[in-house]
Design a protein around this ligand. Sequence first.
Ligand SMILES: [Zn+2]
Length: 272
Amino acid sequence: MTTVPPLFPPHAVSRLRSARLLRSTRPFLARGGPHGERCGGCRLILSHCLCHLRPIVPTRAGFCLLMAEHETLKPSNTGWLIADVIPDTMAFGWARTETDPALLAVLADPQWQPYVVFPGEFVAPERVVSHLIAEAEAEAEAGAATDAQAEVAATPTKRPLFILLDATWSEARKIFKKSPYLLPFPVLSLAPEQLSRYRLRRSKRDDHLCTAEVAAICLGMAGETQAAQTLDAYLDVFSDHYLRAKQQIKVSWEDALHQQLAALRTPANTEL
Ligand SMILES: [Zn+2]
């Protein structure tokens, strides 16, 4: 099986995947179907490649993905799509026994206000926030802020950095519990109303949100509406291509999903 070089330089998730493949003791066998060639840019077979549709939307907000080891190898991993669309996406492999110094450097970088995105019900309430800076500030003024909220409010000029645990739920809990360097940061908990609004808008039936969907909600909370909608539309097109590739069905390039993505792609977000 061969991989075709990508259109774009490799992003953080792509580099993490390459490093993981190099460390692998046995060759990773991704099925490529009858025409096994895969695109190095989107991981799909060439007939279903969507790289030329990839939107790039620079944002004030950034993402820091902490990825369980096997996530980087999954061709369906959606952390990859966040890195496709949002230039300020960093990605690190998570291991209990060692921490990448580059991750600690990102977390210590004063330009960022990190938020650990995680369900608040599993966290001490004083660490949980449900809004970003502007709202937290308003609450602080009203005298209703907790310590964590007050701390966020004190640093309004910082860019939000969403730390996403890109893993299965049980792995994500482990990452959350066993990463002491995440302790200083507020936990951004997505409110049930927010989640149900999102599901309603997207006509999603199941309860599970993938990492790219969580990222889109975070972007919406940060006021980055264009980026949030673009990431959702790109995820829809990717999922469509991925399933069609699996089922060996041709891509319908002019259908509603593709038109929706095309409508969001402006000249400003199609160039590097
Ligand atoms: Zn591609």
